[in-house]
Design a protein around this ligand. Sequence first.
Ligand code: C2E
Ligand code: MG
Ligand code: MG
Ligand code: MG
Length: 282
Amino acid sequence: QAKAAGRRTWRFFDPSMQARMQAHAALAHAMRLGIEQQQFLLYYQAQYDDQQGLIGAEALVRWQHPERGMVSPAEFIPVAENTGLILPLGRWILDAACAELARWQQHPESASLSVAVNISVLQFRQPEFVDEVLACLARHQVSPQQLKLEITESLLLNDDEMQDTINKMTELQQVGIRFALDDFGTGYSSLSYLKKLPLDQLKIDQSFVRDMLTDPHDRDISRTIISLAQTLELSVIAEGVEQLEQKEQLALFGCHAYQGYYFGRPMPATDFVQALIQPPTR
Ligand code: C2E
Ligand code: MG
Ligand code: MG
Ligand code: MG
């Protein structure tokens, strides 16, 4: 017993860490296969505006694994980012979202909707990123005005890469693509950066919206983000809106675009089109 315990002290990794690393490697391996075998799909979650009603949807990736079932992106996106698998996966996501947008544009009732696609830092940092996005739009013949890219504040952390970020965003914005800053308020973007970026929208993180009715700090932060957006002449959308009272509070503060379970859950494209675009026929 004592010997075994003694030997254990020689291990470089503790067993739980080793188990985690193995689980991580197994997940990465399964993902590689899953990309080949087309186990990934996109769900769409509605975005609403007080004046225009349904304005579009955010594409959210899902992994339908044959044995594991539906795996959450919260679990596999970090692994995909650490292994570089986000590059082939991200390419597929953009392609699938543009293919869906092309279908929407063929029907008058959905022709004006936009689609928002989440872009990982590693994906954005690729030298080919701009060309890939442009090629994707051309391949599906969709109007760039209806594509929105969601980036996060982690893209703005590095001073050295700031100019590259601005250049890429500017190039894409010049053809009409819009940018939203996702999970806003949880990162570290400086206000001077925000001013320099060709952004279109701030997306209030759901953590502030969640408790805004009960926590005065979260309410004040939400209000502050809304007025910051107004100051910077950006549009603003709230995510994670689950209750009518949250929507009303946000509207009082001057935010008139929303996304969240109150308006609709993320759902497969066919359901999204049926539930939100085509009025039920009966
Ligand atoms: P996100 O981009 O901030 O997406 C919003 C998340 O909030 C989604 O989780 C959505 O299902 C969830 N949500 C929406 N409305 C509500 C609500 O009313 N209440 C609550 N409690 N949650 C709500 P999901 O789909 O699990 O995605 C988690 C995160 O994974 C995303 O956060 C995003 O960072 C990442 N992700 C998802 N799809 C993609 C993708 O296609 N590419 C990349 N790079 N990342 C993705
Ligand atoms: Mg997002
Ligand atoms: Mg978000
Ligand atoms: Mg989030």
